[in-house]
Write a new protein. Structure first.
Lengths: 115, 114
């Protein structure tokens, strides 16, 4: 069973460009979470999605950031007009059900560098 | 609100020596506790978790952790480390009434030397 897939693994963008990060959850998992890790910091929750629904986006910056998890295909985290402060590692996790004892399985992350 | 503190940003240790990675948390509600490991260029892998029951929890790769409610701590230990244990270790909590949002500490880099 393949793990959580994220691509690209590394992404370089210039200020003002758009960044699209993709996450394919584990097979059978219908819950996706995005976390951001700024340099020298721990991971911080951004958003929780189920298929076609955003359940909790309390950790998402108010502007420029959006996320989706369509019925078909991967979850996408989109950052418009990137700035240097967006440089970070973005991790996606998935779980089969929203039950407390279910582990969140993490992908390898996408490292975004904004020049 | 919850917070997790990992005071040691880096812990160097010689191979076969014991190690303890410290984790303290703050929360006004009951939480579950987790330790994750991140090897270079990989995602986070769950080492162990405390949900209830015995306060001493055993995980993978010979690691264990002890939950101390009075000291709000969840320190990670291993009696004898290997070179392959070199990695970043993250402590995390999750509210018992919220089944998904993990709150992470800033991580401790364990550096095992021969």
């Amino acid at each position: 069973n393949a793990g959580v897939m994220q691509n690209p693994r590394h992404l370089v963008r210039r200020r003002g460009q758009e960044a699209r990060l993709r996450c394919s959850p584990m097979k059978g998992h219908s819950h996706v979470y995005w976390y951001r890790q700024l340099p020298e910091e721990g991971l911080k929750f951004m958003v929780y999605l189920q298929k076609e629904n955003i359940i909790d986006e309390s950790g998402m910056p108010k502007e420029r950031f959006s996320a989706e998890f369509p019925k078909e295909g991967p979850s996408i985290l989109r950052i418009q007009q990137v700035v240097r402060g967006d440089s970070a590692a973005y991790f996606c996790a998935s779980s089969p059900e929203d039950r407390f004892y279910n582990e969140q399985f993490f992908g390898p992350g996408t490292r975004l560098t904004v020049l | 609100a919850q917070s997790v503190t990992q005071l040691d940003s880096q812990v160097p240790v010689f191979e076969e020596a014991p190690v303890e990675l410290r984790c303290n948390y703050s929360s006004s509600v009951s939480v579950y506790l987790f330790w994750y490991v991140q090897y270079p260029n990989q995602g986070l892998q769950l080492l162990l978790k405390y949900l209830s029951g015995s306060t001493l929890v055993k995980g993978i790769n010979g690691f264990e952790a002890e939950f101390n409610k009075s000291q709000t701590s969840f320190h990670l230990r291993k009696p004898s480390v290997h070179i392959s244990d070199t990695a970043e270790y993250f402590c995390a909590v999750r509210r018992m009434d919220s089944s998904y949002k993990l709150i992470f500490g800033s991580g401790t880099r364990l550096l095992v030397r021969p």
